[in-house]
Design a protein around this ligand. Sequence first.
Ligand code: AMP
Length: 249
Amino acid sequence: MKVLVPVKRVIDYNVKARVKPDGSGVDLANVKMSMNPFGEIAVEEAVRLKEKGVVNEIVVVSIGPSQAQETIRTALAMGADRGILIQTEETVEPLSVAKLLKAVVNEENPEIAILGKQAIDDDANQTGQMLAALLDWPQGTFASKLDIADGKAEVMREVDGGLQTISVELPAVITTDLRLNEPRYASLPNIMKAKRKPIDIKTPDDYGVSLDVRLEQTNVAEPPKREAGIIVESVAELVEKLKNQAGVI
Ligand code: AMP
């Protein structure tokens, strides 16, 4: 069984994002970039499925600038077998990503595509769902547990207020939630080995997909600064402040 794992290169989750002075976006100059954390979880899950003998090939795909090759190499060092970089310097919206991934699926014929539930840069949470719709495949989103057997995937999903378990026929799209697993760190020997694994470099044109832009980002702003709290002397004072100052009761 082959699995496709799309991974996005995003601003590192430890970096405090700075908004550009003109409010046109987040300043990415000289900022550390890494694999989207939900993508790491997707790669880890694919590697675990390979270790269990359920999967025999893991193909990683990233759409982005040439530096996204580093992101693919990280996935190869974690245990993926080969990579595809669809290289572009343009902004690629979730619908265009989904169309490109559909074209890759048609070429590669994987039985499962494991995506992150969202990319932590734009927090779109759209690509997996759009890919499933374009392919007419079932989807198991926000997975916190995944079992594959008898041509089916059993997915425990994190939903509002609890967990839901569904069974979907393969081929299917799965998107990963935080609790699915804890991604491994690549060992030095595996990082060295990953240098010899193949990465195909393609362009969106190779797949006949145009990157039409449909969304306009009109403004990006920092969240308001949190004001210092106060310590009250008594419950009565707390109730008085909640009533008369905060106006919440
Ligand atoms: P999003 O819908 O943008 O929040 O992204 C959800 C998931 O789609 C990510 O975790 C990735 O698995 C995949 N994805 C989104 N953008 C890209 C990209 N440029 N390259 C590869 N995978 C992507």
